[in-house]
Design a protein around this ligand. Structure first.
Ligand SMILES: *Cc1c(COP(=O)(O)O)cnc(C)c1O
Length: 476
């Protein structure tokens, strides 16, 4: 053994502290429904985390305690009353997948080893789930933001005949379209890819916050008249603000007619294809040229894990492969493997995210995952009804999916934006619940997103009670 190995000197002590930490982690998850939602990191611990670079290491016991100390201070998304933004709640089973993946320490850039086959299986399952054709390809990535960059690049490169890979985009007058409710990651992708975020047109929405297709048609025509080249349109399947779903079938038609790449941002909404009640409204999703979605949101896989699917594997490879003869590699030995992930995305070294997705789907099966999604939609509908029926609240958007946007009304307080913002902050700081806020038609909304398999109806009742209590307290 080398003098400087990083393996434990005392495997027994390592094993004992590892088992202890595993128990502490399981305790934490078993009690996920109890206690505060969000607990800010105490000053003392912030101080500890500003320590100087250590020259010497710790013993196993001390390190295990340091790790365990962090457990209470997450975002709060493991709690049933975490309603902010769009966060998945995670699941205990993934702890085992993460242990396995850490023990393997696999690099999924390529080569021929077990982990590669697991990722291929996850992509194949995703393809089946989303109804993409057999010649589709895909990659497990950090999340929808990265998936969007990859999809946009394939769209851009295929439009410019892959010349831009070497020569840059120059002054290519390419423009794309999203709804005003679309996520900012698409504009970021345009920025990163040298197209410029200004080349992404934001199309107004209908009353239900889905993209107005007449406005889209007009924007395309106006752009063409001005010498721009429309090449890309995004359908949002589940918008961040209100959970709106664009008319994907109509967008697929329009994309075909106008010769545009049709991308779908289905970060959380696409996985609702597993829900019997939502499925139908995602019709057209399987016609997309590319799809970005997350496993870590509504499928409850632990952070982070998302997916990009590209309808044409050929185009996907042409956009990312550095190997001229990308379909022929070595066919024996560790360097074999017909398709290396490095030829499908920007990263060479890649971790084994796919394992926790694979294990999660194996553990629960997709019917149960779909049932959790169904239940969240029923809960959102319930909350929306309660809000509608109470004179104390105003519903600010129709409940399309799993998101309820509303505000507390007060007879004594005229600045409702400030009042509602303060209510949300108080809910978070008091550890009661963690909704977030957004603006809809100029009004600040309390935004309750339910992508949480631990949420019960009682959590929603309690939320409304507490909002009323705090609203009453603040309005005086
Ligand atoms: C969360 C979200 C994104 C970004 O996904 P990440 O996984 O956070 O990168 C994009 N679009 C929508 C609609 C989202 O909800």
């Amino acid at each position: 053994m080398g003098q400087n190995t990083l393996d434990p000197e005392d495997w027994g002590a390592f094993r004992a502290s590892a088992h202890k930490l595993l128990d502490t982690a399981i305790d934490k998850m078993q009690s996920a429904k109890e206690g505060r939602v969000w607990t800010p990191l105490p000053e003392g611990m912030k101080e500890v985390l500003r320590a100087d670079l250590p020259a010497d290491g710790l013993d196993h016991e001390s390190l295990q305690m340091k790790l365990a100390e962090l457990l209470p201070y997450g975002v709060g998304n493991t709690h049933p009353r975490f309603f902010g933004w769009v966060h998945g709640a995670g699941n205990p089973g993934n702890v085992l997948a993460e242990i396995t993946s850490a023990a393997m320490n696999a690099n999924l850039g390529g080569r021929d080893h077990g982990a590669i086959y697991v990722e291929q299986q996850v992509i194949e399952w995703s393809r089946q789930m989303m109804g993409f054709p057999e010649e589709a390809s895909g990659l497990v990535v950090s999340g929808t933001s990265m998936a969007t960059i990859i999809a946009c690049k394939v769209a851009r490169d295929s439009r410019l005949d892959y010349q831009c890979r070497e020569h840059g985009v120059g002054k290519a007058p390419l423009v794309g379209y999203v709804s005003e409710q679309a996520h900012s990651c698409i504009a970021r992708a345009f920025d990163l890819l040298g197209l410029g975020s200004g080349s992404l047109r934001r199309i107004p929405c209908n009353d239900d916050f889905s993209m107005n297709l007449a406005a889209l048609q007009k924007a395309i025509e106006d752009d063409r008249a001005q010498g721009f080249e429309p090449f890309f349109v995004v359908g949002t399947a589940g918008s961040v603000n209100v959970g709106a779903i664009d008319n994907l079938d109509a967008l697929a038609e329009m994309a075909k007619k106008e010769n545009l790449w049709f991308h779908v941002d289905g970060a959380f909404g696409a996985t609702a294809i597993l829900s019997k009640t939502v499925q139908e409204r995602l019709s057209g999703l399987n016609r997309a040229d590319s799809l970005a979605f997350d496993f870590h949101k509504w499928l409850q896989v632990n952070y982070d894990a998302g997916c990009v699917l590209i309808r044409s594997k050929k185009k996907h490879l042409q956009s990312f492969s550095g190997r001229a003869e990308y379909l022929t590699g070595v066919n024996k030995g560790l360097a074999a493997g017909e398709l290396w992930p490095v030829d499908l995305g920007p990263e060479l070294s890649r971790g084994f995210r796919a394992l926790k997705v694979w294990a999660h789907i194996l553990e629960h099966g997709v019917d149960k995952l779909g049932a959790c999604i169904d239940e969240n939609c029923r809960q959102a509908a319930y909350l929306g009804e309660k809000v509608k029926q109470s004179a104390q609240f105003e519903l600010l958007a129709p409940v399309a999916l799993n998101i309820v946007c509303f505000r507390y009304l007060s007879e004594t307080e005229s600045d409702l934006d400030t009042l509602n913002r303060d209510i949300v902050i108080a809910l978070q700081e008091r550890g009661i619940a963690a909704p977030s806020t957004t603006f809809l038609n100029g009004k600040l909304a309390i935004r309750v997103n339910i992508t949480n398999h631990r949420t019960d109806i009682q959590d929603l009742d309690l939320l409304l009670e507490e909002i009323q209590k705090i609203g009453n307290e603040f309005a005086k």
